[in-house]
Design a protein around this ligand. Structure first.
Ligand code: ZN
Length: 350
Protein backbone atom coordinates (compact mmCIF):
# COMPACT_ATOMS: atom_id res chain seq x y z
CA UNK A 1 0.00 0.00 0.00
CA UNK A 2 1.33 3.44 -0.89
CA UNK A 3 1.78 6.11 1.74
CA UNK A 4 -0.76 8.90 1.73
CA UNK A 5 0.55 12.45 1.45
CA UNK A 6 -0.50 15.07 3.99
CA UNK A 7 -2.39 17.94 2.34
CA UNK A 8 -1.22 21.35 3.49
CA UNK A 9 -3.50 24.14 4.63
CA UNK A 10 -2.56 26.04 1.46
CA UNK A 11 -3.57 23.20 -0.83
CA UNK A 12 -6.96 22.95 0.87
CA UNK A 13 -7.79 26.64 1.25
CA UNK A 14 -10.63 27.72 -1.06
CA UNK A 15 -11.61 24.13 -1.86
CA UNK A 16 -14.09 21.61 -0.49
CA UNK A 17 -13.13 18.00 0.19
CA UNK A 18 -15.34 15.06 -0.76
CA UNK A 19 -14.52 11.39 -0.30
CA UNK A 20 -13.20 11.46 -3.89
CA UNK A 21 -10.82 14.37 -3.20
CA UNK A 22 -10.61 18.16 -3.33
CA UNK A 23 -13.28 19.89 -5.45
CA UNK A 24 -14.27 23.37 -6.54
CA UNK A 25 -16.97 24.38 -4.00
CA UNK A 26 -19.07 25.75 -6.87
CA UNK A 27 -19.73 22.13 -7.92
CA UNK A 28 -21.42 21.18 -4.61
CA UNK A 29 -24.91 22.44 -5.53
CA UNK A 30 -27.85 21.80 -3.24
CA UNK A 31 -26.40 20.24 -0.09
CA UNK A 32 -27.84 18.22 2.79
CA UNK A 33 -25.66 19.18 5.75
CA UNK A 34 -26.35 16.27 8.13
CA UNK A 35 -27.04 12.72 6.96
CA UNK A 36 -25.91 9.13 7.44
CA UNK A 37 -25.65 6.67 4.54
CA UNK A 38 -23.85 3.73 6.17
CA UNK A 39 -24.23 3.72 9.94
CA UNK A 40 -24.81 1.90 13.21
CA UNK A 41 -26.69 3.87 15.87
CA UNK A 42 -27.58 0.71 17.78
CA UNK A 43 -26.57 1.06 21.43
CA UNK A 44 -23.17 -0.69 21.73
CA UNK A 45 -24.58 -3.12 24.31
CA UNK A 46 -27.13 -4.40 21.76
CA UNK A 47 -24.88 -4.70 18.72
CA UNK A 48 -24.71 -8.50 18.74
CA UNK A 49 -28.27 -8.88 17.38
CA UNK A 50 -28.76 -9.83 13.74
CA UNK A 51 -29.50 -6.95 11.38
CA UNK A 52 -30.09 -8.99 8.24
CA UNK A 53 -32.85 -7.97 5.90
CA UNK A 54 -33.72 -4.64 7.47
CA UNK A 55 -36.78 -3.88 9.62
CA UNK A 56 -40.26 -5.10 8.79
CA UNK A 57 -42.13 -2.19 7.14
CA UNK A 58 -45.34 -3.54 8.69
CA UNK A 59 -43.91 -2.27 11.99
CA UNK A 60 -43.58 1.25 10.54
CA UNK A 61 -45.64 3.08 13.17
CA UNK A 62 -44.11 1.29 16.14
CA UNK A 63 -40.61 1.86 14.77
CA UNK A 64 -41.33 5.56 14.18
CA UNK A 65 -42.78 6.15 17.65
CA UNK A 66 -40.26 4.18 19.69
CA UNK A 67 -42.58 1.21 20.35
CA UNK A 68 -39.88 -1.16 19.06
CA UNK A 69 -36.10 -0.76 19.30
CA UNK A 70 -35.05 -3.02 16.41
CA UNK A 71 -31.31 -3.24 15.61
CA UNK A 72 -32.34 -3.94 11.99
CA UNK A 73 -33.72 -0.39 11.98
CA UNK A 74 -30.75 1.30 13.65
CA UNK A 75 -28.07 -0.40 11.51
CA UNK A 76 -27.46 0.16 7.77
CA UNK A 77 -24.31 -1.44 6.30
CA UNK A 78 -25.50 -2.11 2.71
CA UNK A 79 -23.48 0.00 0.23
CA UNK A 80 -25.79 -0.83 -2.69
CA UNK A 81 -28.87 0.29 -0.78
CA UNK A 82 -27.08 3.51 0.27
CA UNK A 83 -26.15 4.20 -3.37
CA UNK A 84 -29.71 3.67 -4.61
CA UNK A 85 -31.04 5.97 -1.89
CA UNK A 86 -28.39 8.65 -2.56
CA UNK A 87 -29.15 8.55 -6.30
CA UNK A 88 -32.61 9.90 -5.51
CA UNK A 89 -31.23 13.28 -4.46
CA UNK A 90 -29.29 13.55 -7.70
CA UNK A 91 -32.49 12.82 -9.67
CA UNK A 92 -34.29 15.46 -7.60
CA UNK A 93 -31.67 18.13 -8.36
CA UNK A 94 -29.46 17.76 -5.29
CA UNK A 95 -25.70 17.51 -5.43
CA UNK A 96 -24.00 16.87 -2.10
CA UNK A 97 -24.57 14.86 1.09
CA UNK A 98 -22.59 15.60 4.25
CA UNK A 99 -22.18 12.18 5.90
CA UNK A 100 -21.50 12.43 9.63
CA UNK A 101 -21.01 8.78 10.62
CA UNK A 102 -17.96 9.08 12.88
CA UNK A 103 -16.23 7.34 15.79
CA UNK A 104 -18.81 5.28 17.73
CA UNK A 105 -21.19 4.98 14.78
CA UNK A 106 -18.99 2.60 12.72
CA UNK A 107 -17.82 4.74 9.76
CA UNK A 108 -17.14 3.11 6.36
CA UNK A 109 -15.09 5.58 4.27
CA UNK A 110 -14.50 3.07 1.45
CA UNK A 111 -18.22 2.40 1.34
CA UNK A 112 -18.85 6.12 0.91
CA UNK A 113 -16.45 6.23 -2.06
CA UNK A 114 -18.42 3.41 -3.66
CA UNK A 115 -21.75 5.10 -2.91
CA UNK A 116 -20.52 8.38 -4.39
CA UNK A 117 -19.25 6.73 -7.59
CA UNK A 118 -22.44 4.70 -8.05
CA UNK A 119 -24.97 7.39 -7.19
CA UNK A 120 -23.28 10.46 -8.68
CA UNK A 121 -23.82 12.33 -5.39
CA UNK A 122 -20.84 14.15 -3.91
CA UNK A 123 -20.23 13.02 -0.33
CA UNK A 124 -18.40 15.05 2.32
CA UNK A 125 -17.38 12.90 5.27
CA UNK A 126 -17.17 13.99 8.92
CA UNK A 127 -14.60 13.02 11.57
CA UNK A 128 -14.13 12.90 15.33
CA UNK A 129 -16.27 11.09 17.90
CA UNK A 130 -19.97 10.80 18.71
CA UNK A 131 -21.47 10.90 22.26
CA UNK A 132 -19.74 9.42 25.32
CA UNK A 133 -21.79 6.24 25.56
CA UNK A 134 -20.95 5.20 21.98
CA UNK A 135 -17.21 5.84 22.22
CA UNK A 136 -14.49 3.24 22.38
CA UNK A 137 -13.56 2.54 26.03
CA UNK A 138 -9.91 3.38 25.24
CA UNK A 139 -10.95 6.98 24.55
CA UNK A 140 -11.60 7.62 28.26
CA UNK A 141 -7.82 7.89 28.89
CA UNK A 142 -6.97 10.04 25.85
CA UNK A 143 -5.87 13.68 25.95
CA UNK A 144 -7.07 16.72 24.01
CA UNK A 145 -3.83 16.62 22.00
CA UNK A 146 -4.38 13.01 21.02
CA UNK A 147 -7.93 13.66 19.82
CA UNK A 148 -6.88 16.86 18.03
CA UNK A 149 -4.06 15.15 16.13
CA UNK A 150 -6.41 12.34 15.13
CA UNK A 151 -8.96 14.78 13.65
CA UNK A 152 -6.29 16.86 11.90
CA UNK A 153 -4.96 13.65 10.34
CA UNK A 154 -8.47 12.60 9.32
CA UNK A 155 -8.85 15.85 7.38
CA UNK A 156 -5.34 16.13 5.95
CA UNK A 157 -4.20 12.51 5.63
CA UNK A 158 -7.02 9.96 5.78
CA UNK A 159 -9.58 8.58 8.23
CA UNK A 160 -10.16 5.27 10.03
CA UNK A 161 -7.21 3.47 8.51
CA UNK A 162 -7.93 4.57 4.94
CA UNK A 163 -6.59 7.24 2.60
CA UNK A 164 -10.01 8.88 2.39
CA UNK A 165 -10.11 12.32 3.98
CA UNK A 166 -12.82 14.14 5.95
CA UNK A 167 -14.24 17.47 4.74
CA UNK A 168 -15.78 18.68 8.01
CA UNK A 169 -15.16 18.11 11.74
CA UNK A 170 -18.07 16.39 13.56
CA UNK A 171 -20.81 15.65 14.41
CA UNK A 172 -19.03 15.98 17.75
CA UNK A 173 -21.34 14.30 20.26
CA UNK A 174 -22.56 15.65 23.61
CA UNK A 175 -25.03 14.08 26.02
CA UNK A 176 -26.68 15.38 29.20
CA UNK A 177 -25.04 15.72 31.65
CA UNK A 178 -22.14 16.76 29.40
CA UNK A 179 -19.17 14.47 30.20
CA UNK A 180 -15.46 15.26 30.64
CA UNK A 181 -14.56 12.97 27.75
CA UNK A 182 -16.96 14.85 25.47
CA UNK A 183 -15.49 18.19 26.57
CA UNK A 184 -11.99 16.96 25.67
CA UNK A 185 -13.19 15.78 22.27
CA UNK A 186 -14.89 19.12 21.59
CA UNK A 187 -11.87 21.13 22.74
CA UNK A 188 -9.81 18.99 20.36
CA UNK A 189 -12.32 19.56 17.55
CA UNK A 190 -11.83 23.32 17.97
CA UNK A 191 -8.06 22.82 17.63
CA UNK A 192 -8.70 20.77 14.47
CA UNK A 193 -11.00 23.51 13.12
CA UNK A 194 -8.33 26.15 13.69
CA UNK A 195 -5.50 24.00 12.28
CA UNK A 196 -7.28 22.74 9.16
CA UNK A 197 -9.72 25.55 8.29
CA UNK A 198 -12.64 23.08 8.23
CA UNK A 199 -16.10 23.83 9.58
CA UNK A 200 -17.19 22.22 12.87
CA UNK A 201 -20.59 20.59 13.41
CA UNK A 202 -21.84 19.66 16.90
CA UNK A 203 -24.55 17.31 18.17
CA UNK A 204 -25.70 19.15 21.34
CA UNK A 205 -27.06 17.40 24.41
CA UNK A 206 -30.82 17.01 24.65
CA UNK A 207 -31.27 19.99 26.96
CA UNK A 208 -32.57 23.40 25.93
CA UNK A 209 -29.71 25.28 27.63
CA UNK A 210 -26.92 23.16 26.22
CA UNK A 211 -26.49 25.08 22.92
CA UNK A 212 -25.77 28.23 24.92
CA UNK A 213 -23.38 26.36 27.23
CA UNK A 214 -21.66 25.16 24.06
CA UNK A 215 -21.32 28.71 22.72
CA UNK A 216 -19.61 29.86 25.92
CA UNK A 217 -17.25 26.88 25.81
CA UNK A 218 -16.52 27.46 22.11
CA UNK A 219 -15.73 31.14 22.73
CA UNK A 220 -13.30 30.19 25.52
CA UNK A 221 -11.59 27.68 23.23
CA UNK A 222 -11.29 30.20 20.39
CA UNK A 223 -13.64 28.52 17.89
CA UNK A 224 -14.62 30.21 14.64
CA UNK A 225 -18.32 30.66 15.52
CA UNK A 226 -19.65 31.57 12.03
CA UNK A 227 -18.05 28.29 10.87
CA UNK A 228 -19.55 26.25 13.71
CA UNK A 229 -22.92 24.52 13.34
CA UNK A 230 -25.23 23.60 16.21
CA UNK A 231 -27.19 20.56 15.00
CA UNK A 232 -30.66 19.25 15.87
CA UNK A 233 -32.20 22.62 16.79
CA UNK A 234 -35.60 20.98 16.09
CA UNK A 235 -35.39 18.73 19.18
CA UNK A 236 -33.43 21.10 21.41
CA UNK A 237 -34.86 24.64 21.41
CA UNK A 238 -38.55 25.48 21.70
CA UNK A 239 -38.69 29.22 22.46
CA UNK A 240 -37.66 32.32 20.54
CA UNK A 241 -35.69 33.85 23.43
CA UNK A 242 -33.21 30.99 23.43
CA UNK A 243 -33.25 30.77 19.64
CA UNK A 244 -32.52 34.45 19.01
CA UNK A 245 -29.89 34.57 21.73
CA UNK A 246 -28.11 31.66 20.08
CA UNK A 247 -28.39 33.24 16.62
CA UNK A 248 -26.93 36.51 17.95
CA UNK A 249 -23.77 34.60 18.95
CA UNK A 250 -23.03 34.10 15.24
CA UNK A 251 -23.15 30.27 15.14
CA UNK A 252 -24.93 28.43 12.32
CA UNK A 253 -28.22 26.77 13.27
CA UNK A 254 -29.20 23.46 11.73
CA UNK A 255 -32.72 22.07 11.41
CA UNK A 256 -31.79 18.55 10.45
CA UNK A 257 -34.80 16.45 11.36
CA UNK A 258 -36.92 17.37 8.33
CA UNK A 259 -39.22 14.49 7.48
CA UNK A 260 -39.69 13.55 11.14
CA UNK A 261 -43.35 14.42 11.48
CA UNK A 262 -43.69 12.58 14.72
CA UNK A 263 -44.89 13.87 18.10
CA UNK A 264 -43.82 10.68 19.87
CA UNK A 265 -40.07 11.25 19.91
CA UNK A 266 -38.39 8.25 21.51
CA UNK A 267 -35.33 10.01 23.01
CA UNK A 268 -36.79 12.89 25.05
CA UNK A 269 -40.04 14.29 26.42
CA UNK A 270 -40.41 17.14 23.93
CA UNK A 271 -42.91 18.42 21.39
CA UNK A 272 -41.13 17.75 18.10
CA UNK A 273 -42.16 20.27 15.43
CA UNK A 274 -43.35 19.07 12.02
CA UNK A 275 -41.94 20.40 8.74
CA UNK A 276 -44.48 23.25 8.54
CA UNK A 277 -43.52 24.44 12.02
CA UNK A 278 -39.81 24.17 11.18
CA UNK A 279 -40.41 26.41 8.16
CA UNK A 280 -42.27 28.96 10.33
CA UNK A 281 -39.47 29.07 12.89
CA UNK A 282 -36.80 29.50 10.22
CA UNK A 283 -38.91 32.34 8.72
CA UNK A 284 -38.79 34.24 12.03
CA UNK A 285 -35.00 33.92 12.05
CA UNK A 286 -34.69 35.13 8.45
CA UNK A 287 -36.91 38.13 9.24
CA UNK A 288 -34.51 38.94 12.06
CA UNK A 289 -31.56 38.95 9.65
CA UNK A 290 -30.08 35.48 10.19
CA UNK A 291 -30.49 33.99 6.68
CA UNK A 292 -26.77 33.22 6.36
CA UNK A 293 -26.81 31.16 9.57
CA UNK A 294 -29.36 28.50 8.54
CA UNK A 295 -28.86 25.03 7.06
CA UNK A 296 -31.22 22.04 6.84
CA UNK A 297 -31.16 18.25 6.45
CA UNK A 298 -32.93 14.98 7.42
CA UNK A 299 -30.36 13.22 9.67
CA UNK A 300 -31.49 9.83 8.37
CA UNK A 301 -30.16 7.14 10.72
CA UNK A 302 -33.09 4.74 10.76
CA UNK A 303 -33.70 2.30 7.93
CA UNK A 304 -37.45 2.88 8.11
CA UNK A 305 -36.87 6.45 6.82
CA UNK A 306 -35.31 5.17 3.58
CA UNK A 307 -37.49 5.24 0.45
CA UNK A 308 -37.10 1.49 -0.20
CA UNK A 309 -38.58 0.80 3.23
CA UNK A 310 -41.53 3.14 2.77
CA UNK A 311 -39.89 6.23 4.24
CA UNK A 312 -39.40 9.75 2.87
CA UNK A 313 -35.79 9.18 1.74
CA UNK A 314 -33.01 11.72 1.13
CA UNK A 315 -34.93 13.58 -1.62
CA UNK A 316 -37.71 14.64 0.78
CA UNK A 317 -36.37 18.19 1.18
CA UNK A 318 -36.15 18.68 -2.59
CA UNK A 319 -39.46 17.00 -3.33
CA UNK A 320 -41.61 18.27 -0.48
CA UNK A 321 -39.95 20.85 1.76
CA UNK A 322 -38.65 23.32 -0.85
CA UNK A 323 -42.06 23.47 -2.65
CA UNK A 324 -43.70 24.06 0.75
CA UNK A 325 -41.23 26.87 1.48
CA UNK A 326 -42.15 28.51 -1.84
CA UNK A 327 -45.86 28.21 -1.04
CA UNK A 328 -45.20 29.86 2.33
CA UNK A 329 -43.52 32.84 0.69
CA UNK A 330 -39.82 31.95 0.73
CA UNK A 331 -38.00 33.58 -2.21
CA UNK A 332 -35.64 31.71 -4.52
CA UNK A 333 -32.75 33.70 -3.05
CA UNK A 334 -33.65 32.56 0.46
CA UNK A 335 -33.94 28.92 -0.59
CA UNK A 336 -30.65 29.11 -2.47
CA UNK A 337 -28.94 30.60 0.58
CA UNK A 338 -30.12 27.72 2.77
CA UNK A 339 -29.51 24.93 0.26
CA UNK A 340 -26.47 26.12 -1.72
CA UNK A 341 -24.67 29.26 -0.54
CA UNK A 342 -24.49 28.55 3.21
CA UNK A 343 -23.33 24.93 2.79
CA UNK A 344 -20.79 26.01 0.17
CA UNK A 345 -19.36 28.68 2.48
CA UNK A 346 -19.15 26.20 5.36
CA UNK A 347 -17.60 23.39 3.33
CA UNK A 348 -14.94 25.64 1.78
CA UNK A 349 -11.69 25.40 3.74
CA UNK A 350 -10.40 28.78 4.96
ZN1 ZN B 1 -26.39 12.68 12.88
Amino acid sequence: MEMNMRLSRNEMRGKAQTVLGLVDPATLGQTLMHEHLIWDVTRPSRRDASTKGGPDPHDYWKLMTGGIADPRNTTQRDRGLAAREAARIVEAGGGTIVELTIGGLVPDPEGLVEVSRESGAQIVMGCGHYVNDYQDLDNSQRTIDSFAQEMIDQVQLGAWGTQIRAGIVGEIGCQWPWTDLEKRVLAAAVVAQRETGAALTIHPARHQDHPWILVEFLKEQGADLPRTIIDHIDRTIFDDDRLFCLADSGVVLEWDLFGQENTYYAHADIDMPNDGMRIQTIRRLIDRGHLRQIVISHDICHVIRLAEFGGHGYAHIQQKVLPLMRKRGYSDDEINAIMIDNPRRLLTFV
